[in-house]
Structure formats: structure tokens, C-alpha cells
Design a protein around this ligand. Structure first.
Ligand SMILES: C[S@@+](CC[C@H](N)C(=O)[O-])C[C@H]1O[C@@H](n2cnc3c(N)ncnc32)[C@H](O)[C@@H]1O
Ligand code: SF4
Length: 434
């Protein structure tokens, strides 16, 4: 694996590079940092993982989340990188939900699950709202009965605007959903159509205005800022439109393709310019802040607790094909192939295809990820991390990627742009130097 620190040292020595070429490529997929953490491969499968964990006492942190993957959409978009299918029958959807519930019922009694309440539940996909409304309600209510949840638990559902009709919308508040995340990608009608989205800018705006005036307070949207055909003008128009709407949060993604290494200097520079423009624009909105390198929102109502947990390497129970989770010192990934997942789950076989156990140093140095994930690290955490990361922090300060903010160390906008690389750098440093 490449050594992120060596790239930075090279930069510091030459002193000539621009911030947009601090690293030779940009890492944008958070899974890359998780894969760089020191671990040993385990052979545990499915339920064995839960049998292995006898108590909740070695959990990495107090916060814990639940991720449920619904791998279905009503139509496939050209750019999508997720495991999802657009050819399911109503029967497939119901069978899949039954299998999810069966897995959760089997896991629910484990010591780890019952050890503490869950702070966030995320129903992602795909497009979970393509489930029939009564099936969706059965799933969410079932989860709430099986899993201990905190009084202020964040319950998020991902959806497209076209899969959110009045019937679906009306069941959400009653079953405890308090956050909805809509994929918009761009408001630009011709760009939307080019990438497989049906509705026009006017329709999207109208739907968002209607939804935000009814019940659920925390409504976020996703925008992608480097879709093929995007320009600075279209992005600026997207941001102005977003700012005119009563949404509380925004996830801002670069387009991720294939192995996610953005190498070409010209493209890297263009992406940097767009990100810096968007980041400055969004942080200037009244009351808004950056929660993570890709997640912004109203500081009071727009928080995305689940997304923050993911980046901080906190505990996530994940269910469904391709869903990746983390339990105490273990990380695991479910089979990504839907048919195999369904087949195994139907025959009560394990559905986890890979499981690793992280080295104890991962838990020890976990606060360092608060730095790359935009939360900042406190003086007390700096002291704890200094023996391992002292020189790294000096270099990051010299290169302008982090800065002092009172007693806290935080990423700068440049640091937020390079956050994926910083997380990988930290993971590699724990693996090699701790
Ligand atoms: C799993 S989708 C769920 C949302 C919903 N299905 C929708 O698209 O409206 C979550 C978000 O992932 C983002 N996404 C999907 N494919 C991507 C890609 N190749 N690169 C970057 N972001 C992507 C999109 O912004 C999308 O809204
Ligand atoms: S609707 Fe969402 S999940 Fe489905 S293909 Fe499009 S971007 Fe992917």
C-alpha cells in the first residue's frame, strides 16, 4: 500500500507543490481508510461473530449505530456505485424484508446488542422507500422492538424524491423516522436526465418545499459536484437552489468511480476548485457548519449522527448484502451478491463473507480520526496522541492541512478536501509505527 506520509514529506522538502497536488491522488471513499487499519483476517462467519463477543465491554466507543441495507431502486442511475437492483417484484421486496427481520431476531439477544442503546439507525440503499409502506412500517417498528434504542435515537431513511409519495411520507413520523436523506445529485434538469433521474428541477424544488413543510424536521439532500457534464456555473446554481430551500443538511460528494484514485492532475485541480468553492459557500450559510468532510447542515437541526459514527470508526451493526459493520474489535462485510445473500439467509446460513479483527492499537488511537473527520481533537486527546503522531501533526500544521483553533486542532478547508488521504495516513501510521 502507498505511504501517504512519504508523499507529504516529499511535498515539504520540495516546497513547490500547490495545495491541490499535496498528494498524487485523492482518496474519497471512507472504506479505504478502514481497510488500511492493522488487522488479522478471521474465519468467523455469520452468527459466529456474535457468539465470539460474549460481553459488550470491549466496544470501541459508547456510541453505536445500526445500518440496514435495502438494495432496491425503482430505476438505476448511470453513476451509482452501490449494490442495488431495479427489477424486484413486490414478492421479492417482502421476502427480503422478512429475511432481514429474521437475521435481526437471531442477533437481538446477543450480549453486545443488549449492552447499550443504539444512538442512530440508518436505512440506506438503494432506495428503502420502494418497499410497500406497510412492509416498511413493519421493518422499522420491528427494529424498534428488537433493539434497545436511545430516547433521542436518530432514525434516517434514504430516498429519492420520486419514491416518496404521500402514502410513504405519512407513515414515517408515526414509526419514529426523524431524518430523511434525499438524493438530488443536481437540480439541473438536463444533467439530471443525462444521469437517469426523471424529474425536472421545478418538480424537485416543488417536492422538497412540500415535504419540508410537513412533520419531519431534519431533511437532508445529496449533491454530487463532479458529475459528467458538471460545471462551476451548474454547481453554483445547485448551491443557490439548495440554500433557497428549507432543507437542514447536505451531503456533498465528488463522483466516485472504480478504484477511487483520482490521479490526473488536471482533474484533481478542477475537483479541488469546485470543492473549495462549495465548501466556502455552504459554511457561509447562516447557522450552517461542516459536520464531516462531506456532510454539512444546520448546526442545531441538521446533524447526521450515523455518518459521523462511520468516519470515526465507531461501532455499527450492519445487515444486508454489501453492508459493512464493526462490532467491538471486529470489522465485517456481508456478501455483496444479492442472490447469494438471499439464498444463504433463506437457508439460515451465515451471510458475512469477510471478517477481520483489529489490532488493539486501533481502539487506543481512535481519537485521531476525529481530526480527519472535521470534529477536531482536544488538548487532552493531543497529549494522548502525541507520542505516536507528534511529527505527523507538525507536518500537517506546516502544510496547512490542520490548524489550531483555541485548544483544539482542526482540519482547514484544504485538510477537509484531503480528509480521505489523512484518514489513510493515520491508519497506515497506526499499522506501521504503533
Ligand atoms: C445510496 S444513494 C441513496 C439515495 C437514493 N437512492 C437516491 O439516489 O436518491 C446515496 C447517495 O450516494 C451518492 N452516490 C451514488 N453513487 C455515487 C458515486 N458513484 N459517487 C459519488 N456519490 C455517489 C448519491 O449522492 C446518492 O444520493
Ligand atoms: S436511485 Fe440512488 S441508490 Fe438507486 S441507482 Fe440511483 S443513486 Fe443509486
Amino acid at each position: 500500500m502507498d505511504k501517504m506520509l512519504d508523499f507529504l514529506v516529499g511535498y515539504a522538502e520540495s516546497g513547490s507543490a500547490q495545495p491541490e497536488s499535496l498528494f498524487p491522488y485523492r482518496i474519497r471513499n471512507p472504506r479505504v481508510a478502514t481497510m488500511a487499519l492493522p488487522s488479522t483476517i478471521e474465519v468467523v462467519q455469520g452468527d459466529d461473530l456474535f457468539d465470539t463477543i460474549q460481553t459488550g465491554s470491549d466496544a470501541i466507543s459508547g456510541s453505536r449505530g445500526l445500518y440496514i441495507h435495502i438494495p432496491y431502486c425503482d430505476r438505476r442511475c448511470t453513476f451509482c456505485m452501490y449494490t442495488c437492483y431495479d427489477d424486484a417484484s413486490q414478492g421479492d421486496l417482502i421476502q427480503y424484508t422478512t429475511l432481514l427481520m429474521r437475521q435481526l431476531e437471531k442477533l437481538a439477544e446477543s450480549a453486545w446488542i443488549q449492552a447499550a442503546p443504539f444512538d442512530a439507525i440508518y436505512l440506506g440503499g438503494g432506495t428503502p422507500t420502494v418497499l410497500p409502506p406497510e412492509t416498511f412500517a413493519y421493518l422499522v417498528s420491528g427494529i424498534r422492538k428488537l433493539i434497545p434504542i436511545a430516547d433521542d435515537c436518530e432514525i434516517t431513511v434514504e430516498s429519492t424524491l420520486t419514491a416518496m409519495n404521500d402514502e410513504v411520507w405519512s407513515v414515517l413520523p408515526g414509526i419514529g423516522v426523524n431524518r430523511v436523506s434525499f438524493g438530488v445529485q443536481t437540480f439541473d434538469t438536463s444533467l439530471r436526465r443525462r444521469h437517469g433521474r426523471r424529474s425536472s428541477k421545478e418538480e424537485v424544488v416543488e417536492m422538497l418545499q412540500k415535504l419540508t413543510s410537513s412533520g419531519i424536521r431534519n431533511i437532508a439532500i445529496d449533491l454530487i459536484y463532479t458529475l459528467e457534464g458538471h460545471s462551476r456555473e451548474i454547481l453554483h446554481d445547485d448551491l443557490l437552489t439548495m440554500a433557497s430551500l428549507p432543507v437542514t443538511g447536505l451531503s456533498l460528494y465528488p463522483l466516485i468511480k472504480g478504484d477511487d484514485k483520482l490521479v490526473t492532475q488536471e482533474k484533481l485541480k478542477a475537483e479541488y476548485t469546485l470543492y473549495m468553492h462549495a465548501d466556502a459557500f455552504i459554511r457561509a450559510l447562516p447557522g450552517w457548519t461542516r459536520f464531516t468532510p462531506v456532510q454539512y447542515g444546520d448546526a442545531q437541526n441538521g446533524r447526521a449522527r450515523y455518518v459521523q459514527m462511520l468516519g470515526l470508526q465507531q461501532d455499527i451493526l450492519a445487515v444486508g448484502p454489501s453492508a459493512g459493520g464493526r462490532i467491538a474489535s471486529y470489522g465485517y462485510l456481508h456478501n455483496r451478491r444479492l442472490r447469494e445473500w438471499v439464498d444463504n439467509a433463506s437457508h439460515e446460513k451465515g451471510t458475512i463473507e469477510r471478517c477481520v479483527q483489529y489490532h488493539p492499537n486501533v481502539a487506543k488511537y481512535q481519537p485521531v480520526f476525529k481530526l480527519s473527520e472535521s470534529h477536531g481533537i482536544t488538548q487532552q486527546e493531543i497529549e494522548l496522541l502525541k507520542p505516536l503522531f507528534g511529527e505527523v501533526f507538525s507536518m500537517l500544521l506546516d502544510t496547512g492541512l490542520i490548524t489550531h483553533d483555541g485548544d483544539t486542532l482542526r482540519v482547514t478547508p484544504d485538510g477537509a478536501f484531503w480528509a480521505g488521504n489523512l484518514s489513510v495516513l493515520f491508519a497506515q501510521h497506526i499499522a506501521e509505527k504503533a
